[in-house]
Write a new protein. Structure first.
Lengths: 350, 284
């Protein structure tokens, strides 16, 4: 029995290797198309639509957040309900280090990642050893604690008013302060992270995660330490969130506890689910839907008087979560795969 | 001394509520393996329905209590029928995400229906506080503690002596086995949601005269109830009750140290428990 398991897992990973070469050409075309699209988008956005550029800066930041969460949810079968807190820890660390200690944003950036990863390590070690939704609950707890502490600890964090007047990133000769500069900067990071996620998924780590997913016992027999791989991905997703946080801080120049609320964590989970778990493209699609929904709702509220859009927006997120999980658990990317536009994922951790 | 007693009394009151929520979590978890993230919303709904009905009609409180519990029980059953049962791939992650979605919808719809202001409700008996050994507590606390004990006794008897209770215990032990001996596991899932919702609503209605009702009360109280469940041991009924009282008292004493960080204590305890003894105090 065990032998068959071992053979199955081993065969899957070796066939993966063979297929990789054929795919790499096709993969590069898609990646190139994405890069071109991102590079050329500002040329199309003109005149009265220039606010879209600012929206796309936020979009790029969400892409980074959702990609990290997508790795965690899709490949380890765990949920983080406090991802906004990791985002917030990154943002606050960056802001406090530049504002209080006069550090350069470029130094605060990696330091913030280190701080965020330490928190993630602290939460991940006890919870990822266990089977069950312990990580979800612990991260939910951390998410709520984070907002409370940021409000209560006002001498250090600025309390409910937050921190403002944070410096921009600067390239020596020029500060990254206009929408167009921020757009290119944020999307450069987002695309690097996209490619990194793609490569992780298709590397030894990704194959180990797939093996754990298809049969954890068999994978452990092969010498894969399941808990360690899960922890690794969790910390990586926290690091992505921290990067997004620092970018947000030094682009928007203002942060407050409300931005990193539990609602944002829920939004992020919704977007991962809608975009499609265990699919890097799903993460990208999900994040873009995330920024589109509030825009649509603003249009609706302009035509429909007396509708509370924030509550409606939240209700729609909740309802979408339920409906997507019932009818298409593989999300948007899964639907695209069905009609042949995206490569079908062999197994989706559900 | 009387100050410590004061904090203890508050702790036991709040702890009763956490114990009831933990009981709700355990009942659903044992029969379906689902962590029901909407448990806190049942509590919120119980309180808000009773308070708003009272504001609108001024009916006698016991009647309103029964109506509120019945409505929320129906909501719980609808959730099971509409959101849990249609799921094709019955994996745990899917089901948990669904309960998260459900809880978000309930919260948002409540905010739309009842607005964002807190709704008060008078105490069940008199507004005069009860004095015990130099410290005082609201008379409602006695109702909270009393009804909690009643519910605990009823649930124990139900599980131990009724046919349905025995069937539900069988489900908790082994679903396939239960199915083989002719127990309808899907029906048990529906019943567990109904009982859980009823207990949650009762907890919410009981605590509303002290803390008022509001659309946003569910998340935090549900989370603390879950902390209690983890502390006591996921799946253990006496564990959940013990954990509930422990978290309540701990939080109340923590409030003595720093009220700004009151909500942080329960969660910190949960993370610590996951480190030291993940199966909880009385876990299997």
């Amino acid at each position: 029995m065990f032998f068959i398991y071992v053979q199955k897992v081993f065969w899957e990973s070796s066939s993966e290797l063979l297929l990789r070469k054929q795919r790499s050409v096709k993969k590069n075309i898609w990646h190139l198309a994405l890069i071109l699209l991102v590079a050329l988008l500002p040329l199309v956005i003109r005149g009265s639509y220039s606010y879209l550029l600012s929206l796309m800066v936020a979009g790029g930041i969400y892409v980074i957040l959702v990609l990290g969460l997508n790795l965690l949810m899709g490949y380890t079968g765990q949920i983080s309900l406090g991802h906004a807190a990791f985002y917030g820890i990154g943002a606050y660390s960056s802001a406090i280090m530049t504002m209080k200690y006069g550090l350069s944003p470029w130094l605060a950036f990696p330091a913030a990642i280190a701080i965020t990863c330490t928190f993630a390590l602290f939460i991940g070690i006890p919870t990822l050893r266990l089977h069950g939704p312990y990580l979800a609950m612990a991260t939910l707890g951390i998410g709520i604690i984070f907002t409370k502490v940021m409000i209560a600890w006002d001498t250090f964090t600025g309390g409910p008013d937050g921190i403002y007047g944070i410096p921009n990133f600067s390239l020596g000769f020029t500060a990254i302060d206009t929408d167009i500069k921020q757009y290119y900067f944020v999307w450069l990071v987002a695309i690097l992270i996209f490619i990194l996620s793609y490569n992780i998924v298709n590397s030894g780590i990704g194959r180990a995660l797939k093996a754990i997913d298809s049969n954890e016992t068999a994978a452990e027999v092969l010498g894969i330490n399941a808990a360690r791989y899960k922890l690794m991905i969790f910390i990586l997703s926290a690091a992505f969130a921290s990067i997004a946080g620092s970018l947000y801080t030094h682009c928007r120049l203002f942060i407050s506890p409300q931005i990193f609320s539990f609602m944002l964590s829920v939004k992020l989970v919704t977007m991962v689910v809608i975009g499609g778990m265990a699919n890097v493209w799903g993460g990208l699609i999900g994040a873009l839907i995330l920024i589109a929904i509030p825009e649509f709702l603003t249009i609706i509220s302009e035509n429909w008087q007396g509708i509370n859009t924030t509550e409606l927006e939240i209700a729609i997120y909740g309802l979408t979560l339920v409906l997507v999980m019932i009818f298409t658990p593989t999300g948007f990317a899964g639907m695209l795969a069905k009609i042949g536009l995206l490569r079908k994922q062999k197994r989706i951790s559900l | 001394m009387s100050q410590i007693l004061q904090y203890l009394l508050t702790g036991v009151t709040v702890g009763s509520i956490y114990a009831l929520i933990a009981l709700g979590f355990t009942i659903i978890y044992n029969t379906t393996d689902i962590i029901n993230f909407a448990q806190g919303e049942f509590v919120m709904l119980g309180g808000i329905i009773m308070a708003s009905l009272y504001r609108a009609f001024h009916l006698p409180l016991p009647l309103l209590f029964v109506i509120a519990v019945l409505i929320v029980t129906l909501v719980g059953m609808c959730i099971e029928r509409l959101a849990i049962r249609p799921v094709k791939s019955g994996s745990i992650v899917t089901l948990i995400i669904i309960t998260i979605g459900v809880s978000i919808v309930i919260k948002a719809v409540s905010a739309m229906l009842w607005g964002k202001d807190a709704i008060p409700l008078p105490s069940f008996s008199s507004e005069r506080p009860v004095r015990i050994l130099g410290s005082s507590m609201p008379s409602q606390s006695l109702w909270v503690i009393g009804v909690t004990i009643c519910i605990m006794v009823i649930m124990t008897l139900f599980y131990r002596y009724t046919r349905l209770g025995k069937a539900m215990r069988a489900c908790a032990l082994n679903k396939v086995g239960a199915n083989v001996v002719g127990i309808d596991v899907r029906k048990m899932s529906l019943i567990s949601f109904a009982i859980s919702a009823a207990i949650g609503a009762a907890a919410g209605a009981l605590v509303t005269p002290i803390y008022h009702a509001g659309y946003d009360r569910g998340t935090m109280i549900g989370l603390k109830g879950f902390c209690a469940t983890i502390l006591g041991g996921l799946g253990s009924v006496p564990g959940g009750v013990l954990g509930g009282f422990a978290i309540g008292i701990l939080e109340s004493l923590g409030c003595w140290i720093s009220s700004a960080y009151k909500d942080v204590f329960a969660l910190a305890v949960m993370v610590l428990v996951l480190y030291i003894r993940p199966k909880g105090l009385l876990g299997k």
